[in-house]
Ligand binder design. Structure first.
Ligand code: ADE
Length: 248
């Protein structure tokens, strides 16, 4: 998959390039990352990329011309990629959206700084606005990196088998179950019995029950949007019963 990122701060993307899952995916050629700096498309001696907003008010707005030229350059290199503008005004990203983006051949990610970008860029060149949550960052770069990380880990061959198993569809739309590693007991706290035995069916059911239970406790809104199978309904009832019995 190919990412073309339009940014005034290309150095920030060294994190994506140099570290962890995303860095490995780029090293192995599974992901291609290209950065486009609007400052390289200015024509004045000061290389101006921003200006005061019409109508007054605080902050600066990114100018149309350098952004447009940078987008056109990215598009010429990646003609099939849609232009996604990262902004708090966008559709909120969730795992379903991440999965859909991961099926594309490429994305052009447009990041803004200052108070935003000239709205005419959105009108002329943006296919979709995406937000990573209901809070305001000082620029779209971190949001683009969040989006890239979430997408890249879903690409076939990027995670090892052990990790990709965690994406099993039975966990879809639910919070994750608890995880434990050695030692078996620490500070008087023990790993649940079922995980210590080798009964894989029992382990799968326990994990699914925990995922359902946690989602019910912490994010009931997610359960409302999900149809539960008969097994899942039974496991959730069992979770609620065992909590009631424990007086929780
Ligand atoms: N830019 C600034 N805040 C943002 C957010 N919450 N999501 C995406 N891009 C942003």
């Amino acid at each position: 998959m190919r990412f073309d990122v339009i940014t005034l701060m290309p150095a920030l993307f060294e994190i994506v390039r140099g570290q962890g899952v995303t860095g490995r995916a780029i090293d192995r050629g599974r992901v291609h990352l290209e950065l486009w700096n609007p400052r390289d498309y200015t024509r004045d001696v000061h290389r101006t990329v921003d200006d005061r907003p019409y109508g007054g008010g605080p902050g600066m707005v990114m100018k149309y011309a350098p952004l447009r030229a940078a987008i056109e350059a990215a598009r010429a290199s990646a003609p099939a990629s849609p232009v996604i503008y990262l902004s708090p005004q966008g559709r909120r990203l969730d795992q379903g959206g991440v999965r859909a983006f991961s099926e594309r051949d490429g994305l052009i990610l447009l990041t803004g700084r200052y108070e935003g970008i000239d709205e005419r860029i959105v009108d002329c060149c943006v296919d979709e606005e995406i937000s990573i949550g209901d809070y305001v960052l000082s620029g779209g770069e971190l949001a683009a990196m969040v989006m890239m990380d979430a997408i890249i880990r879903l690409l076939p061959g990027v995670l090892g088998d052990a990790d990709s198993a965690r994406q099993d569809s039975f966990m879809e739309g639910l919070l994750d179950c608890p995880h434990f590693t050695r030692p078996e007991t620490v500070d008087g706290r023990s790993v649940p019995e079922v995980l210590r035995g080798g009964d894989h069916r029992a382990i799968r059911r326990w994990r699914l029950m925990q995922a359902l239970g946690r989602t019910w406790q912490r994010r009931p809104d997610l359960l409302e949007r999900r149809v539960l199978s008969q097994e899942e309904q039974d496991l959730l009832e069992e979770f609620k019963r065992s909590r009631a019995e424990a007086g929780e």
